[in-house]
Structure formats: C-alpha cells, structure tokens
Design a protein around this ligand. Structure first.
Ligand code: ADP
Ligand code: MG
Length: 450
C-alpha cells in the first residue's frame, strides 16, 4: 500500500515524498481514509507507530478547502505537553508546505501576547495544551464556535497527567456537529468513557502490539561484561554464517561510538539514528540494501519501520529498555520465511529487562557459551547503575520525530561513573577469512520502508 492509495491530494503526496516516507505505517493506512471521509475515529497503536501523520495528513487536505476567520480556529489539536504540541506543529509545517494553512501554537513557556496575535488573525489549526487553552478561553480571547475538527492526541498520557476534566470542558464548548479524532496507545476505561461521550459513532482502528516472536528467528543471549561487549560483538560479526547485521543500541551516543569503532576495525558499516534527517537515514539504508555495507548500527527511533529481507543477524548491543522493542528489533531478521539469528548481549544489570522480555514473549531465550571468555569475570558491584525507567514519550527538538534515545535515561546514564573500558584491540579485517559475509547478498534481498 502506498500513500497514493489513501486518497490524499497531489500536493500532499509531493510533501510526503519530500520528507522521505515511502509507505504509510499500518495506523496511517487504516486511519487516513476514514478521517478523509469525515468520520469520527479512535486510533489505537503503540508509541512510535506514526499516529501524528495519521491525523495531520488528512487534516491538511480537509482544511485545504475553506478559510479561517478571526479568533475562530477551524480545528483544534490537544496535546499533553508542549514538546508534543511543538512536534505536531513541525509535522504541519513539513507536510503542509504546498498548502496555505495558518497555524497557532498555544503552549506554556511562549509569550501569550504573540499567541493571541496569531489567533486574532484567525487560524486553520490551533495546537494547544489543555491548561494554556483553558487559560485563554476563560479570558474570552478565543472562540471555539467555528472549530469543527477536534483531535485528542495521546489520550492515555492526558489521563496520566490529569487533563481529562479540562478536555471534557473544552470538548463541550465546541460545536456539536464536528469531527472528533482520538489517538492513544492504550484504552483504559476512563479513555473509553471519554470516547463514548465526545465521539459520534466512531470508527475504531487498532494496530495490535507485536507480542510473539517469529519462529524463524533463532534467539540467543550472550552474557557478557559491559567492557567486553565490543569484543564479543566483533566475534559475532566474524563468526561463520554471518552475512549481514543490524546492530541496535539504546542510545545514539552508543550508535555513533560503535559505528566509529567498527569502522576502525575494518567493517563495512553504516549508522542510523534519530539525529539524522529522514533522507540521510534512507541513504544509509540504501547502502545496506545495495550491499555497500554489511553492518548497520541503529537506534530504535531510526530503525522503526525498516523492512529488509535477507538480514542474517540482528544484534542487540544493549538489551532494550522496553520489551516491545525487543520484538520489534529482532523482527528485522527472519523476514519473508527466511531464517535469522537474533543475538542479545546482556550484562548482569540487564537481568530484569531480560525477564520482562521473556515474560512478554512467553519463552526463555537460550544463553550461549559463545562468549565464555568474556563472561568469566564478574562486574564490580559499584558499576551497577540504578535502572532508570524510560519515560513514555519524549520530545524531539527538530522535525517532529520521537526521540527515545535522547532523553532522561541517556542523561541519567551518563551522569553515573563511566564503566572501566578496556583499550580496544583493533584487528585488521581479512575478508577472505570471514566466511564469505563480505560477498554479494542473495538476490531476494530487498529493502523498503514500511
Ligand atoms: P506516535 O505518535 O504513534 O508515537 P509519531 O507520529 O511520533 O508516533 O511517529 C514516530 C516516528 O515515525 C517519527 O519519527 C516519524 O517521523 C516516523 N514516521 C511516521 N510515519 C512514517 C512513515 N510513513 N514512514 C517512516 N517513518 C514514519
Ligand atoms: Mg503521538
């Protein structure tokens, strides 16, 4: 399925093309046609699945017809945090570049005066956090009588932050005859109630969470000391049967460091992470597809939606913080009926995260002795950091994509004393001895973004 099949305008398709997206994500595929038909919609899909574009894209086409009036926004998007609101605004700018839509952002921390000025001119899209909107509303600075499209985004997060009463208040001031869209990663009862109260005969589209791993994937855990991870990784990349690999790390700093280190070791390596713009990520990915590189180091953010056939190995250089991510990561191999190997490097501190993964997949992942030499020594107790839970959502400074490798955990992790790193022994690569992985990939290898 391509974006062109969804009924979007040519201008929009052009802007989507410019942004580098080649295919809609499942939630986009399901939601966009319904929104274009002016249906109320409940969209449920886990974090990072592209829910923003699922409403921003059809909204641009809907709002493309008609004009704004002073102080009466034509549509309203509610976001739980100002960072998320800013991301949505970025999305409107990116996809709306061939449309003439006006937009105002009503969030804390921005001069109220400027926001009011923008509103007075009249806007097509108002993006707001509930608190700031209520504030302006109570001062009579804004009228919602003409607002025929309401989006309640990140509804479960709104619930966590105590915004439901505000949302009810706001929704009840909008015209009854309107289109309402609600997006959420989960649907706890209070959100179901909210949907029942403020949506009319909504279509519900849901993308199931991946809960089980593919049986074609041979999963292994290598227990390793953190200062031996790189050595073990090199062994994996040089082992027999290795053809190519995507290596996942939890932080983009690790992605960069690993990339540099592997390159120095002579591997044909590339990297993708959240600091790179989409076109740069795709270019790097194309190098992987075209066999110019056989190792791709990636962060979760950048790797989302990558569809590659013919990847022999996925290596988790770090155990992912969220068990869902594990399934997502290892699913990059073993595609289209092919066999794949997924190797996870786990230190003692990862025991809890590994247990979570095994609980989710309902299976015990075999531990291998492959790295026996690297596991004999125990880690000094003082190196054990407190596990920092990853926040559910995090803002990104630029261009609207979610940055999970950047926020708190990274900072928290970097605040702790650096682990003792052994100097790396960099061996020169001898392609003839590498089990043929440097050779051409089979012809069925194909790559695309899904
Ligand atoms: P959600 O709101 O579901 O948590 P976002 O809308 O923030 O997710 O999108 C997550 C990431 O996916 C962003 O980096 C976004 O740029 C990217 N993305 C969205 N749609 C696509 C697509 N069709 N193809 C590739 N990447 C996409
Ligand atoms: Mg979102």
């Amino acid at each position: 399925m391509s974006f062109a099949d969804l009924g979007l305008s040519d201008e929009l398709l052009r802007a989507i093309g410019d942004s580098g997206y080649t295919e809609p994500t499942p939630i986009q595929e399901k939601a966009i046609p319904a929104v274009l038909m002016n249906k109320d919609l409940v969209g449920i899909a886990q974090t990072g699945t592209g829910k923003t574009a699922a409403f921003v894209l059809p909204m641009i086409d809907i709002l493309g017809h008609g004009r704004s009036r002073a102080r009466m926004p034509r549509s309203l998007i509610l976001e739980p945090t100002r960072e998320l609101a800013a991301q949505v605004a970025d999305n409107f700018e990116k996809y709306g570049k061939y449309h003439k839509l006006s937009m105002a952002l009503l969030i804390g921390g921005v001069q109220m005066g400027d926001q009011v000025k923008a509103l007075e001119k009249g806007v097509d899209v108002l993006i707001a956090t509930p608190g700031r909107l209520m504030d302006l509303f109570s001062r009579g600075k804004i009228m919602l009588n003409d607002c025929n499209l309401l989006v309640i985004d990140e509804a479960d997060r709104m619930l966590d932050m105590g915004f439901i009463p505000d949302i009810e208040e706001i929704a009840s001031r909008l015209p009854k005859q309107r289109q309402t869209l609600l997006f959420s990663a989960t649907m706890p009862p209070p959100i179901q109630k909210l949907a029942a109260k403020f949506l009319t005969d909504p279509k519900t589209v849901e993308v199931a969470r991946p809960a089980t791993a593919n049986i074609n994937i041979d999963q292994q855990i290598i227990e390793v000391r953190s200062d031996k991870k790189r050595d073990v990784l090199r062994d994996v990349l040089r082992a027999e049967g290795f053809k190519n690999a995507i290596i996942f790390a939890n932080r983009k700093t690790t992605v960069r460091d690993l990339y540099t280190s592997l390159k120095r070791s002579g591997f044909a390596v590339g990297q993708i992470h959240g600091d790179m713009e989409q076109p740069a990520r795709i270019a790097e990915f194309d190098r992987f597809k075209n066999d110019e590189i056989t190792v791709l180091v990636a962060s979760d953010v950048a790797a989302r939606g990558l569809d590659v056939k013919g990847v022999s190995h996925v290596v988790n250089f770090d155990v992912p913080w969220q068990p869902d991510d594990y399934i997502h990561r290892i699913g990059r191999t073993g595609r289209a009926g092919a066999k794949g190997t997924a190797i996870t490097l786990a230190t003692r501190e990862d025991a809890e995260a590994v247990a979570q993964i095994e609980k989710l997949t309902g299976m015990k992942i075999p531990r291998t002795g492959q790295a026996a030499s690297a596991t004999e020594a125990v880690e000094p107790a003082e190196e054990k950091p407190a596990r920092v839970p990853r926040p559910a959502r995090q803002p990104k400074p630029k261009h609207g994509s979610r940055e999970r490798e950047q926020p708190q955990p990274e900072r928290a992790a970097e605040a702790r004393p650096a682990p003792v790193q052994q100097p790396l022994v960099e061996r020169e690569l001898e392609p003839a001895d590498e089990g043929g992985w440097n050779g051409p990939l089979p012809s069925f290898l194909s790559v695309g973004l899904s």
